[in-house]
Design a protein around this ligand. Structure first.
Ligand code: NI
Length: 179
């Protein structure tokens, strides 16, 4: 188990365009994905993108099989490894909801996202993924894939009166939650 350091906002490595993965089902790729799972679990995140640990590849993981204390009351999202993703919005509807990010610790903001999207890409073995999703699942995949084009969620916030410190906005989420 290797928990890697998560880069924080201000690090220029979070602002890069990530490169496509070109080799699937390799020991290096599986090792990287294992490190990302370990890092996400240790931080109790709902998702993690490779650039957040300084690896400039188009690779994200997200989802959980258990309720996440950082996101109480949110529906479960299947654990997914998504490589070289393409997201297509379906319709023009947007939804607003709170987001946080492991690279922006201690803060939350209201972020508009497409309400329904189709996403395609590949898993670690190179098998195609093609899903149409909505709600929290759609939000998570849009947030994670934004990391692959150098976008952090504060760049998507339109109303900064709804952006602030988690412990102030949500004092009931729990002690010790600092991200
Ligand atoms: Ni993030």
């Amino acid at each position: 188990m290797t928990v890697r350091d998560i880069l924080r906002m201000g690090d220029p490595r979070l602002l890069r365009m990530a490169e496509p993965v070109t080799a699937f089902d390799t020991p290096a790729l599986h090792s990287l994905i294992q490190d990302m799972h370990d890092t996400m679990a240790a931080a109790q995140g709902a998702g993690l993108a490779a650039p957040q640990i300084g690896v400039n590849l188009q690779l994200v993981i997200f989802g959980s099989t258990a309720l996440n204390p950082r996101y109480p009351g949110r529906p479960l999202v299947p654990r997914t490894v998504l490589i070289n993703p393409v997201i297509t919005p379906l319709g023009a509807d947007e939804e607003e909801d709170w987001e946080g990010c492991l690279s922006v610790p201690g803060l939350r903001g209201i972020v508009p996202r497409w309400a329904q999207v189709r996403y395609t890409g590949f898993d670690a073995l190179g098998h195609a993924i093609d899903r149409t999703v909505s709600g929290f699942h759609a939000r998570v995949v849009q947030h994670e894939c934004d990391h692959l084009i150098g976008k952090l969620y504060p760049m998507r916030v339109r109303d900064f009166s709804r952006f602030g410190f988690t412990q102030v906005l949500f004092p009931d989420i729990g002690q010790g939650d600092d991200d």
